[in-house]
Write a protein that binds this ligand. Structure first.
Ligand code: NAI
Ligand code: ZN
Length: 370
C-alpha cells in the first residue's frame, strides 16, 4: 500500500516527505491509518543523533492515534475500524516484567524495537527499494504504519483522534509520573521543571492529586500563562530570579517541595530537581531523556538524608490496560489536552513543527493526515 511519510534519511537533516510502500501486516501485526500525531522532544533527540539507538533512514513519530485498517493472522484484541493509540512500550502480558505487575516496562519486543524493525527483524516500510526503519515501534509520521498487536491500545471510538494522540506519549507521561510514580498527597507542594507537554501534564497530575502549591519552572516566560491555567500556583524563570532556582523553591515552601518532577532532559536541571525535594521525605521523579551516555552526579548525602530519586517511563502506565482510563479522564474533562496543542499542521509541515519546538514557540504541534 502507498503511504505518505516523513523520512529521516540522516541525523540533523530536514525530514523528507515521500511516498513509500507499506507492506501488509504479518502475523500478530496490525496496519493502522494514523489520523494525527504529536511531535515530541524525543523525536528531536533521535533526529539530532543523540539517541544511541539511532538508525537511519527511519520514520519518526511515537505520539499518534488512528484506526485499524487490516489485521494480520492471529490478531484478536483489535478489529478493523477500531480506534487505537500505538504504544512504544508494548504490553505482552506474558513476559516476567508484565507478570510481575511491578512495572510497565514490557521488554518482550524491546530488542527489535530498538533496532528499528518489527519483532521478526524485518521492516514494513520501503522507499524505492530501500528498507526504511521503524522508530520506537510506532513510526507515526507515516499515514499508514504497521504495529505489533501487543503495542496497540484499543480506545473508545467517540474520541477526537487529533487530541488523544497526545496520550500516546507526552500527556500520559506527565500525568502518570505524578499519579503513579510519585506520592503526592492532598495539600502537598510540587515543583515541575520544564513546561513542554510533559511538564504541563505533570502540573495537571499534581492538581488532580490535590497538591496545594504547584511551582512551575521554565526559562521560557511564555510558558507562565498556560502553566497557571492548568493549575500552577507559582512560576519561576531561572534566568530572571537573581538567585538559584533551588533556593527560590526552598523560600516558597519552607525548605523544599514534597515532590519535584523533572521534564527537560537537561542534566543540571535534573540535579536541581533532586536538590529541590525536601530533606527527609521529598521525592524527585525524573522524566527527561538525556543524550546517550550522559550522567548526572549528586552528593550521596542528599539521598542519605531521606530524599528519593525515581524515574518514570510513559508515566508508569501499562498502555493496553490503562490508557483507556486516561482517554476517559480526557473525555470527562479531568485532563486538559486541547490547550496543549498550540499548532495544528499538515504532515508536509513536519520540519516547521521541529523548528517551532526548538524555538520554544510551540507547546505541542499536532500533524494531521486527514
Ligand atoms: P519540550 O521540548 O516540549 O519542553 C521542554 C521544556 O523545558 C521547554 O518548555 C523548555 O523551555 C524547558 N527548558 C529547557 N531547558 C530548561 C532549563 N534549563 N530550565 C528550565 N526549563 C528548561 O519537551 P517535552 O516533549 O515536554 O519532553 C520533556 C522531556 O521528557 C524530554 O527530555 C523528552 O525527551 C522526555 N520524555 C520522556 C518520556 C518518558 O517516558 N520518560 C516520554 C516523553 C518525553
Ligand atoms: Zn515522546
Amino acid at each position: 500500500m502507498k503511504s505518505i511519510a516523513a523520512i529521516a534519511l540522516e541525523s540533523n537533516q530536514l525530514l523528507s516527505i515521500e511516498e513509500i510502500e507499506v507492506m501488509p501486516p504479518g502475523e500478530g501485526e496490525v496496519l493502522v491509518e494514523i489520523a494525527a500525531t504529536g511531535v515530541c522532544h524525543t523525536d528531536a533527540v533521535m533526529l539530532e543523533g543523540l539517541n544511541s539507538k539511532a538508525s537511519f533512514p527511519t520514520i519518526l513519530g511515537h505520539e499518534g492515534a488512528g484506526r485499524v485498517v487490516e489485521c494480520g493472522t492471529g490478531v484478536n484484541s483489535v478489529a478493523v475500524g477500531d480506534s487505537v493509540i500505538p504504544l512504544y512500550g508494548a504490553e505482552c502480558r506474558q513476559c516476567p516484567h508484565c507478570i510481575s505487575q511491578r512495572t510497565n516496562l514490557c521488554w518482550s519486543i524491546r530488542e527489535t524495537r530498538d533496532q528499528g524493525t518489527m519483532p521478526d527483524g524485518s521492516t514494513r516500510f520501503w522507499l524505492n527499494g530501500l528498507p526504511i526503519n521503524h522508530f520506537m515501534g510506532t513510526s507515526t509520521f507515516s499515514r499508514y504504519t504497521v504495529v505489533p498487536e501487543i503495542a496497540l491500545a484499543k480506545i473508545r471510538s467517540d474520541t477526537p483522534l487529533d487530541k488523544v494522540c497526545l496520550l500516546g506519549c507526552g500527556v500520559t507521561t506527565g500525568v502518570g509520573a505524578v499519579l503513579n510514580d510519585a506520592d503526592v498527597r492532598p495539600g502537598d507542594s510540587v515543583a515541575v521543571f520544564g513546561l513542554g507537554a510533559v511538564g504541563l501534564s505533570a502540573i495537571q497530575g499534581a492538581r488532580i492529586a490535590g497538591a496545594m502549591t504547584i511551582i512551575a519552572i521554565d526559562i521560557n516566560p511564555a510558558k507562565e500563562a498556560i502553566a497557571r491555567k492548568l493549575g500552577a500556583t507559582h512560576f519561576i524563570n531561572p534566568n530572571t530570579i537573581g538567585q538559584r532556582t533551588v533556593e527560590c523553591i526552598a523560600d516558597l515552601t519552607a525548605g523544599g517541595v514534597d515532590t519535584s518532577i523533572e521534564c527537560t532532559g537537561v542534566l543540571s536541571v535534573m540535579r536541581d530537581a533532586v536538590e529541590a525535594a525536601h530533606v527527609g521525605w521529598g521525592t524527585c521523579v525524573l522524566t527527561g531523556v538525556e543524550a546517550s551516555g550522559q550522567e548526572v552526579s549528586i552528593p550521596p548525602v542528599w539521598v542519605r538524608y531521606g530524599r528519593t530519586v525515581k524515574g518514570s517511563y510513559f508515566g508508569g502506565v501499562r498502555g493496553r490496560s490503562e490508557l483507556p482510563t486516561y482517554v476517559d479522564m480526557y473525555m470527562n474533562g479531568l485532563i486538559e489536552i486541547d490547550a496543549l496543542i498550540s499548532h495544528n499542521l499538515k504532515i508536509q509541515d513536519v520540519n516547521q513543527a521541529f523548528d517551532l519546538m526548538r524555538s520554544g514557540q510551540s507547546t505541542r504541534s499536532v500533524l494531521h493526515f486527514e
